[in-house]
Ligand binder design. Structure first.
Ligand code: SF4
Length: 316
């Protein structure tokens, strides 16, 4: 990874989004309006805004140089040591990125706290992909897990996502980071299940902590995430976004089991490879060749399933 830039890092290979060059809008220190239990940055007091932000000129200059240096870049990702939508010149910067990016895609990784604000929506509408974190459907869970500033209103976030989606033409991806005992309870999953179909996301990634978190919380194994994923409404475009694929033995699936599994919940190849043993993978490939399994792109990822033509998956 290059260290010659103050605001640019990477490129980083990402299966979910492609080879990504990152823009860090808070390069000095963590500045976020949340203090999530699972944050990979140090625990810190939430703040309203990014202090001493890098100038648009600096970010643009560094981005131009980094793009020349890394023509393999597929996506330019706006992020921060904290929350990038707290950056005061966001729209101006996004306009510069859109001018510079050529064929590459643009993406922001936000915690969703500001999505109800008209000026933030106006800026984000220009991007190809918007990924918003949304860990909880109830204020109790939200306060416990994401520990936001008091001024952040979860219900405004829900409404903000809905109104943004009504005009947004790009891919809207939601991410839920699962923390055992907090948003994995039956009550919270039920509340999420009621909420998520109303938000219209193109893809919903569910994941777990990958790196040491700010507070002592336990990661979940892939299989545990898979069990949770199955509790969600099968029409939701859920994808398990986890690097923890090694836990638990892979299982054997008959042809019928493969078809019924994929009929209930479409899976990406990543997920299939994490769940199926070698012989089941062979059976899966044969079924694919025979046309008994279909593919469909959702939020930039290819899903394998059945009955897509019969509206098995929403928001595609
Ligand atoms: S929103 Fe992101 S940066 Fe902010 S505390 Fe949570 S995980 Fe950390």
């Amino acid at each position: 990874m290059s260290t010659k830039y103050r605001t640019i890092f990477g490129p980083i290979p990402s299966r979910r989004f492609g080879t990504s060059l990152g823009i860090d809008l808070s390069p000095g220190k963590k500045q976020c309006n949340y203090d999530c239990l699972y944050c990979e940055l140090a625990a810190s007091k939430p703040v309203e805004t990014i202090e001493n932000p890098p100038s648009v000129e600096l970010v643009t200059k560094e981005l131009k140089e980094a793009l020349k240096e890394h023509p393999e870049t597929e996506v330019i990702t706006i992020t921060a040591n904290g929350e990038p939508t707290l950056y005061p010149y966001l729209e101006e910067l996004i306009e510069e990125i859109e001018r510079l990016k050529g064929e590459k895609k643009s993406l922001i990784l936000s915690n969703a706290s500001t999505i109800h604000l008209p000026q933030i929506q106006k800026a984000l509408l220009k991007l190809d992909m918007v990924k918003l974190s949304l860990d909880c459907a109830t204020p109790e869970c939200f306060r416990k897990l994401d520990r936001p500033l008091k001024s952040v209103d979860l219900y405004k976030i829900f409404e903000g996502i809905r109104s943004f989606k009504r005009t947004y033409k790009g891919s809207l991806i939601l991410e839920i980071l699962m923390v055992p005992g907090i948003n994995t309870t039956d009550e919270e999953i039920e509340a999420l299940n009621t909420l998520l179909p109303t938000l219209g996301a193109d893809r919903i990634d569910i994941g777990t902590v990958d790196r040491p978190p700010a507070y002592p919380i336990e990661p979940l194994e892939f299989k545990e995430l898979y069990v949770i994923a199955k509790k969600f409404d099968s029409s939701l475009p859920i994808h398990i976004a986890s690097r923890r694929k090694s836990g638990g033995a892979k299982e054997s699936y008959t042809e019928e089991e493969i078809i019924s599994t994929l009929a209930k919940r479409p899976l990406t190849l990543d997920e299939i490879e994490a769940l199926f043993d070698k012989n089941s993978l062979k059976r899966f490939n044969a079924l694919l060749k025979e046309g008994k399994i279909e593919t469909k792109e959702l939020g930039g990822l290819l899903f394998y399933g059945t009955g897509f033509s019969g509206q098995k998956v929403k928001n595609s």
